[in-house]
Design a protein around this ligand. Structure first.
Ligand code: ADP
Ligand code: TRP
Length: 348
């Protein structure tokens, strides 16, 4: 039997999952898992979530909520290793090792990092920020936020991950992981595989309230959460920003709001956008939005029920995640020995 390529991805437990997380990542996790072509690992990136300094109670709740999302959406512990990042103790060793191969400048250049540290500024201030001011802000930033991509690379390389399903905001982090692999292998001999990103046809869904911005947990006002109740879904879609005119037509430049809604409909129904445009030719925005609200609500109806039921029994969730974490930890324990030997770090 040939060995299947390893596929791995994680999501931070930083709040409820939205349609961008679903169409850009989670939906794909389930399809890739069910294809049977990969050895799959999916994890709760709780250490990464710490970089936002959450209250312990919130983090605890979000970890359970994300675990329930994973299971309710169809990730299956019989088919995939589903685990909690913070339970893999050797991850810290690998992160440290990789950090010694990383120039600080590479980390400070990361777009996601810059966006995070500049988040508090107004867009106008952000655009004309001076080097001095940026450096001043960076000096106040927690080191975890700077190191974020090193930990992410460790997450992937620990299990010899080859394929990483993510949205396009993570591409730069993956490129960074690939650079680390080349550096390490050149210096210490073939040890890691260069991971590749796998994206869906919706790698960057935009916000409902401002289609020029990515739908993101850090801006909840523009999010449609996948566990939102039907009524909330309807209200949010009805008040989603649309464009002047009344034609339901895809045009990213002239009609970014309607185009984003078309992307959602296409992503959930599997219909091509052109077919949806045809279906709604002559209809107004109101009719299209109502139809989309029904689709979203129906699509997640079973998911909502399953998630609620899972959260009623947290002990069941814990059992599954504990078992997955043990499996992942075993793989990590083996890999770290190989890595340390390559470095000359074996026990004397
Ligand atoms: P957020 O940016 O909302 O905090 P995460 O960073 O936890 O979300 O992302 C989890 C996964 O969802 C990642 O693979 C990320 O690339 C993907 N993702 C996040 N936002 C979007 C979006 N708007 N469109 C497509 N994929 C997204
Ligand atoms: N940085 C990812 C995000 O914000 C989460 C993540 C952490 C991840 N480690 C990873 C994704 C490893 C893929 C592989 O979404």
């Amino acid at each position: 039997m040939s060995v299947k390529p390893v596929l791995i991805s994680g999501i931070q437990p930083t709040g409820r999952l939205h349609l961008g997380n679903y169409l850009g990542a989670l939906k794909n996790f389930v399809e890739l898992q069910n294809s049977g072509k990969y050895q799959c690992y999916f994890f709760i990136a709780d250490l990464h979530a710490l970089t936002e300094n959450p209250a312990a109670e919130d983090l605890r709740k979000n970890i359970y909520s994300l675990a329930a999302d994973f299971l309710a959406v169809g990730l299956d512990p019989k088919k995939s290793i589903i685990f909690q990042q913070s339970q893999i103790k050797f991850l810290q060793d690998l992160k440290w090792i990789l950090s010694t191969l990383t120039p600080v400048s590479e980390l400070l250049r990361m777009t996601a990092f810059k966006e995070k540290v500049l988040q508090a500024l107004k867009p106008s201030e952000r655009e004309k920020i001076t080097k001095e001011k940026f450096d001043e802000i960076v000096e106040q930033t927690n080191f975890g936020l700077i190191e974020y991509p090193v930990l992410m690379a460790a997450d992937i390389l620990m299990y010899d991950g080859q394929l990483v399903p993510v949205g396009n905001d993570q591409l730069q982090h993956l490129e960074f992981a690939r650079t680390l692999v080349r550096k390490f292998n050149r210096k210490f001999g073939q040890t890691f595989i260069e991971p590749k990103a796998l994206m869906t046809s919706t790698p960057r869904l935009m916000s409902l309230d401002d289609p020029s911005k990515k739908m993101s947990k850090s801006r909840p006002t523009g999010c449609l959460f996948i566990d939102d109740e039907s009524k909330t879904i309807e209200e949010k879609i009805k008040s989603a920003v649309t464009d002047s005119g009344s034609e339901v037509r895809y045009d990213e430049k002239e009609k970014p709001g309607i185009s984003n809604l078309l992307v959602i409909m296409s992503g959930l129904s599997g219909q091509p956008i052109t077919a949806i445009e045809k279906e709604f030719a002559g209809a107004n925005y109101g009719k299209f939005k109502q139809s989309l609200a029904n689709l979203v609500s129906d699509h997640f109806a079973i998911f909502r029920k399953k998630k609620a039921a899972l959260l009623q029994k947290p002990a069941g969730i814990k059992k599954i995640i504990d078992a997955g974490s043990k499996k992942a930890a075993k793989v990590a324990a083996k890999k770290i020995i190989e890595i340390k030997e390559k470095l000359g770090l074996q026990k004397i």
